[in-house]
Design a protein around this ligand. Structure first.
Ligand code: PGA
Length: 234
């Protein structure tokens, strides 16, 4: 079983989400399909498709205009929350410390955080991929994890670009993440790959050791490109 997660970013509508859920409920698969729509759509219900938020406040409650707390997300029925997506890190200057605080808020409210990490193109070209993965993974990891979490490796240069690392590089990155997680007592944590996944590259990426699923942006924009990923993965 793999996790196939659609990150809808700032797109869609409630009607369109309902339509997508109807389509996805008819797809025969053993994989876990999860949709992460904007906050305002999180209380749409489905028996088979799970929902997750795209962000969470690092605060519990209070005077933080525009923010949405872990408790509020949990009340919608959503089960997951993406934290530290590269677009949050880039456009909202989120640091590892903030991502860690967000992941801790998720856990405190019974949500499963999907903790995103990944190097920039400059870091990749400087040969620093492994160093950045380790720094961001350790820096973003909540302390004293006792419930389920997920990690998403998303090389920033692969997001929305149509370019992906080689399968060998994906395998190496995921092995490094798995080893670090193991060393801190979190072996078995699901590790997702994200960045330009489509129906052509999806099967090879997901057959790579230590790849437990995919976080998908562009290919989720249309059901014509998302459903074939679900159907193509072993
Ligand atoms: P992409 O986005 O599939 O368009 O590369 C992935 C993501 O942003 O999580």
């Amino acid at each position: 079983m793999k996790y196939i997660i659609g990150n809808w970013k700032m797109n869609g509508s409630i009607e369109e989400l309902q339509r997508r859920i109807e389509i996805l409920e008819t797809v025969k698969t053993d994989h876990r399909v999860i949709i992460c729509p904007p906050f305002t759509m999180l209380n749409v219900k489905s028996d088979r498709i799970e929902l997750g938020a795209q962000d969470i406040s690092m605060h519990d409650h209070g005077s933080y205009t525009g923010e949405v707390s872990g408790q509020m997300i949990a009340q919608t029925g959503a089960k997951y929350v993406i934290v530290g997506h590269s677009e949050r890190r880039k456009y909202h200057n989120e640091t590892n410390e903030m991502v860690r605080a967000k992941a801790e808020q998720a856990i405190a409210n019974g949500l499963i955080p999907i903790i995103c990490i990944g190097e920039t193109v400059e870091e990749k070209n400087a040969g620093k991929t492994a160093e950045i993965i380790e720094r961001d993974l350790r820096g973003s990891m909540p302390t004293d994890v006792k419930s389920e979490i997920m990690v998403a490796y998303e090389p920033r240069w692969a997001i929305g670009t149509g370019v992906i690392p080689t399968i060998t590089d994906i395998g190496n990155a995921h092995k490094l993440i798995a080893d670090i997680l193991e060393s801190i007592g979190l072996g078995g944590t699901a590790i997702l790959y994200g960045g330009s996944v489509n129906a052509e590259n999806g099967p090879d990426i997901m057959a790579t050791p230590n790849v437990d699923g995919a976080l998908i942006g562009t290919s989720f924009l249309k059901m014509e490109t998302f459903v074939p990923i679900i159907e193509s993965v072993e």
